[in-house]
Write a protein that binds this ligand. Structure first.
Ligand SMILES: [Zn+2]
Ligand SMILES: [Zn+2]
Length: 213
């Protein structure tokens, strides 16, 4: 399994654009790639995809974590170049998408062989639990329900190995003890503190980062 950060406030490659928002591509064995969130701006999303050699038409599933513009803003542009992807949105996203079949998520749900949604937590946001050989890797958008609540929900699918995405103002650092991978992206306020507390586990996020799991 592989996660590629497509859209982030930071970048690892000068050819990629940075912007406030988040998107990543999840590639699993045997299934079509899954796009998790779409950043704020479709043009930036598509630019970064092209630079990373990602064909938007190959994406089989699009998952939106929550209704905020920095995660759902690029959705319309990607749907114009990909007419077939299955779409999973949290119930709180509201209205459907014309002409497309959309799965509205409330409860935990299986999305593909090793990919699960935690369900919409606190009525605001869903996260993904990826089953890897190392354990569960949790992919989060902004963590509005709280990192602790998300980790609890994800642990229903197995022992959590790591977490990737935006942590927002999360500061209950002890909650991360025992994890082997902490990759903080996007809106995470306490990146430097987390890097100091968990030097072995911490990976700095940025567009272009690839995590092989
Ligand atoms: Zn955000
Ligand atoms: Zn948000």
């Amino acid at each position: 399994m592989k996660i590629t950060i497509v859209y982030d406030n930071c970048t690892t490659k000068p050819s990629l654009k940075t912007d406030w928002g988040f998107s990543c591509l999840i590639e699993t064995e045997g299934g079509a790639p899954i796009l998790f969130d779409t950043g704020a701006d479709g043009a930036i999303l598509l630019h970064n995809m092209e630079e990373l050699g990602i064909n938007p038409g190959d994406i089989g599933t699009i998952v939106i974590s929550h209704a905020h513009g920095d995660h759902a803003g690029g959705l319309q542009d990607i749907l114009e170049v990909n007419k077939d992807a299955e779409i999973y949105v949290p119930d709180s996203l509201g209205a459907g998408i014309r002409g497309r079949r959309v799965t509205t998520v409330r409860q935990p749900v299986q999305i593909s062989e090793n990919v699960f949604s935690t369900g919409e937590l606190n009525g605001v946001e869903q996260s993904l639990a990826l089953k890897t050989d190392k354990g569960i890797v949790v992919v989060v958008g902004c963590s509005h329900p709280g990192v602790g609540a998300i980790l609890d929900a994800a642990s229903e699918f197995g022992e959590v190995y790591g977490i990737v995405g935006g942590f927002h103002g999360f500061s209950d650092f002890d909650r991360l003890r025992g994890l082997s991978l902490i990759c903080t992206c996007h809106c995470t306020q306490y990146k430097s503190e987390l890097g100091q507390l968990f030097p072995e586990q911490y990976i700095a996020c940025g567009a272009g980062l690839e995590l092989e799991l």
